[in-house]
Design a protein around this ligand. Structure first.
Ligand code: DX5
Ligand code: ZN
Length: 231
């Protein structure tokens, strides 16, 4: 299967959200990444369940998955609201959860695929005991809070190490990478083991269709390699 592209709508034009997000989907994005920030867990404030709800017509029309990244304190308080609004994946930060296993289990019990992520300076060992309960494990390749940052060196090593951990436990969870992903570093991230790539500014700044097409072009060799392995 080719890597999944998950454009972060944080960099879209909010006055034309459905149009911009729809263009990215039409150009090959199978997921849309929704960056939720609360001004506490991270210094920025962005959006909440109303935006997930506003994207439901596009979701119904195209089958795109809404990939919700909660950068908020007390995520447990808001899970039902994001589920009711129509999320497909909800990813929480291990640093924000007093009991991460309980939180990801609660997401699954609500009928949504759970994801777990961690800040760049949090050791991967923080995910011990949690990984077996998630469908998505995400490496943050920037310090969370803002779009448009530079991909941190060392992120590909963390992707490869996390993929090893997942493989060792027989998990088929998707490995996502988020932050500073551009056409010039996407192939290396995918080769290291990322199966879902989040990109915000690199998709929504400029021509959305050609930006998304460029990612698909760059990632095509990975898709071929995977298909060759599978056959
Ligand atoms: C960072 C967010 C990212 C970010 C992606 O806190 O979680 O999803 O907005 O944007 P770019 O691709 O511009 O780094
Ligand atoms: Zn994100």
């Amino acid at each position: 299967m080719p890597p999944i592209l998950s454009p972060s709508i944080l960099s879209a034009d909010f006055a034309h959200l459905e149009r911009d997000a729809g263009e990215a989907v039409k150009a090959g994005a199978h997921w849309l990444h929704v960056d939720v920030m609360d001004g506490h867990f991270v210094p920025n404030i962005t959006m909440g369940p109303v935006i997930v709800r506003a994207l439901q017509p596009l979701r119904r029309r195209t089958g795109v998955w809404l990939d919700v990244h909660l950068m908020i304190a007390y995520p447990d308080r808001y899970l039902s609201a994001f589920v009711e609004a129509g999320s497909d994946v909800i990813t929480v930060h291990v640093e924000a959860c007093p009991d991460p296993v309980a939180t990801v289990k609660a997401i699954r019990a609500l009928g949504v695929r759970p994801g777990i992520t961690l800040n760049p300076d949090t050791p991967l060992a923080a995910l011990d005991g949690v990984l077996e309960h998630v469908d998505v494990a995400m490496v943050m390749s920037v310090h969370p809070g803002f779009a448009g940052q530079v991909y941190l060196p060392g992120s590909n090593d963390r992707i490869a190490a996390l993929r090893c951990r997942l493989d060792a436990m027989g998990s088929d969870a998707l490995l996502q990478v988020d932050g500073g992903v551009k056409p010039h570093n996407a192939l290396a991230a995918a080769t290291a083991g990322a199966s879902v790539l989040v990109a915000g500014s690199a998709i929504f700044k400029g021509d959305i269709a050609s930006n998304a097409a460029r990612f698909c072009e760059v990632l095509a060799p990975v898709a071929q390699q995977d298909r060759a392995t599978a056959s």
